[in-house]
Structure formats: structure tokens, C-alpha cells
Design a protein around this ligand. Structure first.
Ligand code: SF4
Length: 335
């Protein structure tokens, strides 16, 4: 049976040192401290998370490496006993060996790096920072040398959706990274503002996702976790088992809180469901009861005609996620 890992997801800041034109956040130039979660609030959220049984301290932003107290917050997560401490980053600062070492020495052991192209030209243009791709390669080297793990986020848009299979080849074959996410864009924030030049529909993306799945089948990559985010089963029924965040949790207890830097929490799946909708034909779909539907932001741009009911189960592609095993789960205590 698959054991579901519990996260304590904390938004530490909103400021960022990249300018990704497809970001789901609005364009925020500010670096004011008021847009960063104070240490005390982060420590409280971490403690609360451990009492709930969370095993992963998952820090997100903005770009969290701009938070001056990040090493101290990570050290606190280690002190209260999180087996996994995950840093989500664009890696611009992680190219600095001493800085990466300071985070790993404090306790970080998982780095979720945003890489949005299979080459420097695509990635650097999309994030608006010349040399960003080269810094990611440096960061990969540092993280490996220091004994931590790398995972990757790849957000699809008009400039990279046709080469998603090359991305899969690059990271699984060259970099030997098997924990990654392909994220269908959220049409809000910067992505909404730039939709005219960046938009891609699920139908446009489908043949290239199929190519990517073929690459993974052929390479026999042992992908860790479900890799497709913000898709619905009807988009690619043969890869439903590789999708995450599309179905309701079995119970409200499984709906984990997200800790916002303004001090409030919200239930992640409840929030996602409120942002989603369905069309009439969903009622005929075998996934209707479980599926939360597709994002309203998407419908505002493309309509909902592409979402057609899945009438019967199809043969799944031969790519299986191998879920991360938590070590010493029984002995974990809040210290
Ligand atoms: S319920 Fe609707 S959105 Fe969900 S998989 Fe079926 S057709 Fe797609």
C-alpha cells in the first residue's frame, strides 16, 4: 500500500530575483521584509506541522533563498524532527557553493529546482535571467557533492511544450534525476497577463506529453512520485496514475493546511476545488466522483470543450511511480 507523505507547506516570501513571464504570481518587484514570514511565525507553523505528523518541511515562495533567515528556519525544522526538509528554488543563489552548503549544513536535504527548458536559450529567456541555466547546472553539482537530493519542476508554456520529451531525456539520462514534475500552467498572475504570447492548450500539449511518456517508457526511468500536475485524467487517460492533485482527498483530515506568510492557513485541496469547475459532460465520466475538474482560469481563455468524459478505463502507459519511503517513520517524535 502506498503511504502518503504528509507535508508542512509554508510560503516564506513573495519576492523573487527572476522574472518568469509564466509565473502564477503577479509581478512583484518588492524585496521589503514585510513580504517575508518572520522566523517566529515559520517556527510556529513547523511545530504545528510536526504535531500533525508532517514528515516534509516544504518551503515555497517567491524565491525563498532571498529570505535572510532561511538557514535558521531550516535548522529549526531539523530540530523539531522533520526527516525531509525541502527547499524550492530557481537555483540562482544555489550556484554559490558556500551558500548551498550553509542550507545543507542547517538540515536541508531536498532541493526542488525550477528548470523550464532543455537548453540554456529556452530556460534563460523564460526566466528573464541570462546565465540562469548555467547556474542550475552548478547547483546540481553542489547539491550532489554535498549529499542532498535534487527534484525538478518544469512548467509548460508555448516556448517549451514541444520539447518536453527532450527535457525528460536530459534529466533522466544525463543528470539521472528521476523525481520531477511537469506542471500544466495556471492561467493567473503573470501567466494570465502574458497569455497571448505564452498560452498552450491541453490539446496542443497532448502529443508532446505522449512523446515524453514514450521516452520514459523506453528509458525505464524509475520516476519518483506522480509527475503530472494540474492535468485531469481526460487530458491523458493512459497517464492518470502519473497525475497528482486532480482528485479530492478521501477525508478532510488528508487535506493539509498551507501556511501563508500573512499568518493564516488554508486547506490546500479545498482551495484547489474552489478554483476549479466542470462541464455538463463530466457527469458521464468514470472519474466524475473523484475529479475536482479543471481550472476556471483555463476556461476563461480556452473554454471547456477539450475536457471530454472518459467512458472506460484505458491501458496505462508502462511508467510507474515509486513513492518515496520514509525512514524511521515509527520512531519519529516531535522534539
Ligand atoms: S470529470 Fe470532467 S474534468 Fe474530470 S476527468 Fe472527467 S471529463 Fe475530465
Amino acid at each position: 500500500m502506498q503511504y502518503k507523505i504528509k507535508n508542512c507547506e509554508i510560503i516564506l516570501n513573495t519576492d523573487c530575483n527572476a522574472r518568469c513571464s509564466f509565473c502564477y504570481q503577479p509581478d512583484m518587484e518588492t524585496t521589503e521584509a514585510s513580504y517575508r514570514m518572520p522566523f517566529k511565525a515559520a517556527a510556529k507553523a513547523l511545530y504545528d506541522g510536526r504535531k500533525r505528523g508532517a514528515q516534509v518541511a516544504y518551503f515555497i515562495g517567491g524565491e525563498i533563498t532571498l529570505h535572510p533567515e532561511l538557514p535558521k528556519i531550516i535548522a529549526f525544522a531539523k530540530k523539531v524532527g522533520y526527516p525531509y526538509i525541502q527547499v524550492m528554488s530557481n537555483a540562482l543563489k544555489l550556484a554559490d557553493f558556500a551558500y548551498t552548503k550553509s542550507l545543507i549544513d542547517a538540515g536541508a536535504n531536498l532541493f526542488k529546482i525550477s528548470l523550464h527548458g532543455y537548453n540554456a536559450k529556452i530556460h534563460d529567456d523564460l526566466v528573464g535571467v541570462p546565465g540562469a541555466y548555467a547556474k542550475i547546472i552548478k547547483a546540481f553539482e553542489h547539491i550532489e557533492k554535498l549529499g542532498a537530493e535534487t527534484t525538478i519542476n518544469y512548467t509548460m508554456n508555448k516556448h517549451n511544450y514541444q520539447t518536453v520529451h527532450k527535457f525528460a531525456e536530459l534529466i533522466t539520462e544525463k543528470f539521472k534525476i528521476e523525481d520531477f514534475n511537469i506542471i500544466f500552467p495556471h492561467y493567473t498572475g503573470m501567466m494570465k497577463d502574458n497569455a497571448k504570447i505564452l498560452k498552450v492548450s491541453v490539446n496542443q500539449a497532448e502529443p508532446y506529453l505522449k512523446k515524453m511518456l514514450k521516452v520514459l517508457e523506453k528509458s525505464k526511468a524509475k520516476v519518483e512520485n506522480a509527475i503530472l500536475i494540474n492535468f485531469c485524467p481526460c487530458n491523458l487517460p493512459e497517464a492518470t496514475h502519473l497525475m497528482t492533485e486532480w482528485e479530492r482527498p478521501d477525508s478532510v483530515l488528508e487535506d493539509e493546511p498551507m501556511y501563508h506568510l500573512e499568518g493564516y492557513t488554508e486547506r490546500i485541496y479545498q482551495m484547489k476545488e474552489e478554483l476549479r469547475t466542470k462541464n455538463k459532460s463530466c457527469a458521464k465520466c468514470i472519474y466524475d466522483k473523484r475529479c475536482m475538474g479543471f481550472e476556471k482560469w483555463y476556461v476563461d481563455i480556452f473554454g471547456s470543450r477539450e475536457f471530454k468524459p472518459v467512458i472506460k478505463r484505458v491501458k496505462p502507459v508502462n511508467v510507474r511511480p515509486t513513492y518515496r519511503k520514509i525512514k524511521n517513520l515509527k520512531s519519529m517524535k516531535v522534539s
